[in-house]
Ligand binder design. Structure first.
Ligand code: FES
Length: 169
């Protein structure tokens, strides 16, 4: 895509706040792929890094930009828990809900966190500090039950005694 095409694309998508710089970054992400549709996951990630979550307007933009059916973009965003569809708190706590963690007390861990934070799974504390959600296997079953903080830091071997220490301050 040349500069003029990039400029036109960014004009076209002004309603989603897509600046020429953002469109250029999207182009860089899609460039290495033989089929630009393959850039769907990293492009959604880029959008989320910018906005904090993926809005339906952004889904539409991504769909048009990559020439991928909107329903497919929406399915991806709603399938993967790493994409957020609403504003999230400063810290996102992902509690594993899969079999190994469930067998080793994951449900009790979740209940304790809900009680401590005063919210249910899928909600954010009123002060915007924590969002709590459940996710599929975090691939750390040997440490079950496990949670993940802010998409990267794992805390395992959780129990009712050490669970609160897992929360970032
Ligand atoms: S089942 Fe929880 S990390 Fe695998």
């Amino acid at each position: 895509m040349n500069n003029e095409e990039l400029r036109m694309k960014s004009e076209e998508f002004k309603t989603t706040g897509m600046t020429p710089e953002f469109v250029a970054r999207a182009e860089q992400i899609a460039k290495p792929y033989e089929h630009k549709q393959a850039a769907l996951l990293p492009l959604l990630r880029l959008c989320q890094e910018r906005d904090g979550y993926v809005t339906s307007e952004v889904e539409t933009w991504v769909s048009e930009y990559l020439c991928v059916p909107l329903v497919h973009v929406h399915e991806v965003v709603s399938f993967y828990t790493l994409y957020y569809r609403r504003p999230m708190g400063k810290h996102v706590i992902d509690v594993c809900r899969n079999i190994s963690c469930t067998l080793r007390g994951g449900e009790e861990v979740l209940k304790a966190l809900e009680q401590h934070l005063g919210i249910k799974e899928g909600e954010t504390t009123p002060d915007g500090k924590y969002s709590l959600q459940t996710v599929e296997c975090l691939c750390a079953c040997e440490q079950a039950p496990v949670l993940q903080v802010d998409g990267g830091h794992y805390v395992g071997s959780l129990n009712l005694e050490n669970i609160m220490e897992a929360l970032p301050k």
